[in-house]
Design a binder for this molecule. Structure first.
Ligand code: B16
Ligand code: MG
Length: 215
């Protein structure tokens, strides 16, 4: 290691694996059933945002925006059941060779590697793609109160790694996640959708670019 970083915290959905396409399909089928508009632009606003906050974004401006909390919870459960059904089809083949090799290289260089995800399904996804037990720490939607852009998920990951925030770097595909990392006092590599906002400290063209950044 030739820099100040000792740990790298990875967002899961949209970074390690493309479960974002399953979130899209599951929200789309709920929105269609409710007769609400839903497209890629709305979907991009859901990146890194919790399940219930995502539902509120989809309902905003409609007659359903002020539904009682229990009815909203039922709708969020309906989406989650559809999403989990789609996750069942995942296997280690959904983890790209590029991501697998890059993670391995970073580990061999001595970096501690963690997950920092808003998802409550993070452990299920990691198991599906054969990465259960790989990461040194997992901070996810089950151990936080506030989701991104709140820094909680990344501060918890650093705490689980027993590392101070300033030696942790974050890899994120959500602008809300880049903001969360900045508030946690961590540098961020933006990838995918997050690149176009220009808020990251580095912009990745592809995941393997991490090998050049974290020497
Ligand atoms: P769940 P990440 C986030 O995962 C997703 O980007 C976001 O779209 C989703 O609403 C959130 O997890 C909650 O997911 O419904 O599975 O608990 O990008 O932070 O890894
Ligand atoms: Mg993400």
């Amino acid at each position: 290691m030739e820099n100040q970083f000792r740990a790298i915290i990875f967002d899961l959905d949209g970074v390690i694996v493309h479960t974002d396409k399953y979130h899209y399909l599951a929200w789309k089928s709920l929105a269609d059933r409710l007769g609400l508009p839903f497209d890629e632009t709305v979907n991009n606003r859901l990146r890194g945002v919790s399940r219930l906050e995502s539902l509120n974004i989809i309902l905003e401006g409609s007659d359903l925006a002020d539904l009682p909390a229990d009815e909203k919870a039922t709708l969020a459960d309906e989406k989650n059941e559809a999403y989990k059904k789609l996750l069942q089809a995942m296997s280690p083949a959904d983890l790209s060779g590029e991501v697998r090799n890059t993670l391995q290289t970073l580990r061999e260089r001595g970096y501690r590697l963690a997950i920092g995800s808003s998802s409550r399904n993070a452990r299920l996804i990691l198991e599906k793609i054969g990465l259960d037990g790989f990461f040194d720490a997992i901070s996810d939607g089950n151990n936080i109160v506030n989701s991104k852009p709140d820094p909680e998920v990344f501060l918890k990951a650093a705490e689980y790694l027993a590392m101070p925030p300033e030696v942790c770097a974050v890899v994120e595909d959500a602008d809300a996640g880049v903001e969360a990392a900045r508030r946690a006092g961590m540098k961020t590599a933006a990838i995918g959708d997050a690149v176009r906002y220009g808020h990251g400290d580095w912009n990745l063209g592809t995941f393997a670019d991490l090998i050049e950044i974290f020497r």
